[in-house]
Design a protein around this ligand. Structure first.
Ligand code: UN1
Length: 479
């Protein structure tokens, strides 16, 4: 059993979870400890005890540790990528890319440890000086989803440590392997005991402990809207700081003047790659009349060439869905869309076994045309390889449709018109806007986050992450 890491010691849990390979469900990857509330309590206590010294550690000390962690992750990208693809089901190149992103994130935040910033200015009162500095928040609880098993943990853990916080990390139950591997690297990095703790466990036990314990000063959560609302309610009740990254129903507009190849590549990439299991996936294609039929035909042609197979096999374009329950959700939504009047233009087929006869959670990517904005397929996040198409008269209608959603994470447009691209960047109600690019697959050094029901609180990533992981102090001095 792979144990939890609490107070600088590897600690077996009272329960065990198993992760299986969605590309071949006969393949048991490993057994992992599952903590109970008492173990979560020990982790919080250890982090609380470690905080005073760690928050005063030197920037050089933090730089050295985070930089070395980044170096090791990058050096082991092939091995860690293989594990990630095996447990999550994204393809090997995507998994290796994600591991590389995690390594780069640690290196980026190593640098940020040396650049905490701050300001001085004169007071409005004579002879008084004002200093504005940033300090660590305290113990932070980090709760991460299964779809980016190493990059999302990295983009929460690295800034937390860089700015002097102590961490209690609770990874998703489905993908403990990548989280455990990251924790193992951190356990040898020279961090003092208690600064970083891994507490694997079912969300309801460990998660609720983190949400409700007054020693946990802040919670950063990425996951579903329903859980995000619980996080928010618990944090507000005890005045803890929180940051939520949740769902998306990200639109991609395709205008008549778009380069067809660019539009199709962007839509296929962000709609279907990583099996559509990204909160940044383009799940609504809003296509204007003049290009609509040509675009659909080109999409279907491209989709016919996509190979759905074992995530770790060379040549696979799309791996399996992560598990049986997610697969059920995807096929349910395809059924709902058809019942509501959508037409399945291509895909949506359940494949029981892959090319080598291994049983897995395979689903061919589905394109559903002739949908209308009110249909559930256009309002609710599917989180799978299921993309709907809405027809629009012109750019103005397409823009209005793109914003007609309770979400606001990412939004894309495929166009060769500078005028429309410029207008869209200003008038999209999403936190991230992409022109002639997939809505998914973001840079690691710039802010990530959305508006409306997609996100709450300060942005993640880049130097903007300081808003969440630090607190501002204003000091006045009479000389
Ligand atoms: C990306 O698209 O590169 O859960 C990142 C998610 C997001 C991360 C997406 N928080 O899909």
């Amino acid at each position: 059993m792979k144990p939890n890491y609490i107070a600088g010691a590897w600690t077996e849990g009272p329960h065990v979870s198993r992760n299986i390979n969605p590309s071949d469900t006969r393949d048991l990857i490993g057994e992992y400890a599952q903590a109970d509330a008492a173990q979560a309590d020990l982790a919080i206590a250890a982090a609380t005890a470690a905080f005073p010294a760690w928050s005063l550690s030197t920037p050089q000390q933090r730089f050295d540790i985070l930089d070395a962690v980044g170096t090791e992750i990058l050096a082991r990208r092939a091995e860690l990528g293989d594990l990630l693809a095996r447990e999550e089901g994204k393809t090997l190149p995507e998994a290796i890319g994600e591991v590389q992103r995690a390594g780069n994130i640690f290196k980026f935040f190593a640098g940020e440890a040396l650049r905490p910033g701050g300001e001085t200015m004169p007071s409005v009162r004579p002879g008084v000086g004002v200093e504005i500095t940033r300090e660590a928040v305290g113990v932070v609880g980090l709760i991460t989803p299964w779809n980016f098993p190493i990059a999302i943990p990295a983009w929460k853990i690295a800034p937390a440590l860089a700015w002097g916080n102590c961490v209690v990390f609770k990874p998703a139950d489905l993908v403990p392997g990548s989280a455990w591997a990251l924790a193992e690297i951190l356990s040898r990095s020279g961090l003092p005991a208690g600064v970083f703790n891994l507490v694997m466990g079912r969300g309801s036990v460990v998660g609720e402990k983190l949400l409700n314990d007054p020693r946990v000063a802040a919670i950063s959560f990425t996951g579903s809207v329903a859980t995000g609302q619980k996080v928010a309610a618990a944090c507000v009740a005890r005045m803890a700081k929180f940051q939520l990254e949740m769902g998306g129903k990200n639109p991609m507009i395709v205008l008549d003047d778009a380069d067809l190849g660019v539009a199709v590549n962007a839509a296929v990439n962000s709609g279907f790659f990583s099996t559509g299991q990204r909160c940044t996936a383009s799940s609504r294609l809003i296509v204007t009349e003049g290009i609509h039929d040509r675009f659909i035909a080109a999409m279907v042609e491209k989709m016919k060439g996509l190979k759905v197979d074992d995530a770790r096999k060379a040549g696979t374009d799309i791996g399996p869905v992560v598990d049986a329950s997610q697969l059920g959700q995807d096929t349910d939504y395809i059924g709902i869309a058809k019942t509501e009047g959508g037409k399945l233009a291509h895909g949506g087929e359940r494949i029981e076994t892959n090319a080598d006869g291994a049983p897995g959670f395979y689903l061919t990517p589905a394109l559903i045309t002739d949908t209308t904005p009110a249909m559930r397929i256009n309002r609710e996040e599917v989180f799978g390889p299921v993309v709907s198409v809405i027809r629009a008269r012109d750019y103005e209608e397409a823009l209005a449709l793109s914003n007609d959603t309770p979400f606001g994470l990412a939004a894309g447009i495929a166009t060769t018109s500078l005028k429309h691209a410029t207008h869209f960047k200003r008038h999209s109600q999403a936190g991230m806007v992409m022109v002639n690019l997939p809505t998914a697959g973001v840079d690691y050094h710039v802010p990530f986050g959305g508006r409306k029901g997609s996100s709450y609180g300060p942005r993640e990533q880049g130097r903007y992450a300081a808003e969440f992981y630090t607190t501002v102090k204003t000091a006045y001095t009479q000389a």
